[in-house]
Design a protein around this ligand. Sequence first.
Ligand code: SF4
Ligand code: SF4
Length: 397
Amino acid sequence: MIYKNFQDIKLSALGFGTMRLPVDASGQIDQAEVDKMIDYAMANGINYYDTAYPYMNSKSEISVGKALSRYPRESYYLADKYPGHQNTKGASVLDPKAVFEDQLEKCGVEYFDFYLMHNINENSLRFYCGEDTSYFDYFLEQKRNGRIKHLGFSCHADMPGLKQFMEMFGEHMEFCQIQLNYLDWTLQKAKEKVEYLNSLNMPIWVMEPVRGGKLSKLGEAYESRMRELRPEESTSAWAFRWLQTVPQPTVVLSGMTYYPQVVDNIKTFSEEKPLNEEEIAILYDAADKFAKLVPCTACRYCCDGCPAGLDIPNLISLHNDLLMGYNVNIPIRYGAFDDDKRADSCIGCGQCTNACPQSIKVPEVLADFAEKMSKLDDWDSICRTRNAIAAEMLAKK
Ligand code: SF4
Ligand code: SF4
């Protein structure tokens, strides 16, 4: 495992993100699998674990806490976050003391090694940098009390938002977590953010290095070329190798869902093997293709508050697949959504856009998707067939 210096400690360059933990057939977190993945991570040098209040329907903290409780407290670093502006549980979420005490209890720890103001973006800035910043005083007090060892923030905001937060709280911030990958290098101006943060000597943590898995599948045309050049490396590994060409990242967080993913990631982080120019050119070419897609990372922050109960990231994912080219499985997959859970059930209330760290105009995307789907002849016939089969089955009951 590669380690990076941070103040007087050494952090594993690969951090274990817990936003996409494995689930069992009933949709509950598969704790045995989480334990197994974390056992492998601990045995192979990962010492940084990252959770947050809203992850996995607010159950990630409990799961990670359980898995790590089997290890001495000083053998790992645990990061958690204050959800300053999230729609997970209504107004009470904003009470910093209630949230913080709850988080310590859920994780089963006495302190957090790293604690972040979560998801600074154009919407949440109204809260974080608003008139009442007493929430921040509370966290400073926890730091003085030793219940927070290091304070930082995660930021999805554009440059002006990042600067606004830094101007207000930068003197207390010890690190900044940004979305950084070869697609967002230009798409979300990550290059500018890296340069700005490096100019302030602010350590950088990386989130979404493979963009919620999107950059782990580039299609056969790209992947066959990549296999020729680096037969031993996965497509995800290429995204991490690209990061090794960027100056300064400290911890790279990967939200891991499968045991083989943990094994592959740890193999990648066993040594530095940055991409060369020819290899980087392949990724940038692929990124051009992705740039037209809706930049959803499947974080699901928008889902809890959707009055129509839509599975927004999955609808957007299907929409993106359609943008990449028609495939017969698209209408089939769309047909698998209940009639009242498809894109045309969006009522345009806009709460999702407010919650979205990527500032995606979800109602517009869904309206566009619904219109495109309504024009697909075979979607219509598949839908009719499906409804006919359902009616037949009901009649038989
Ligand atoms: S705008 Fe549509 S998708 Fe977004 S929360 Fe409202 S109903 Fe749900
Ligand atoms: S639309 Fe935005 S908030 Fe919703 S899952 Fe995608 S990135 Fe997350």
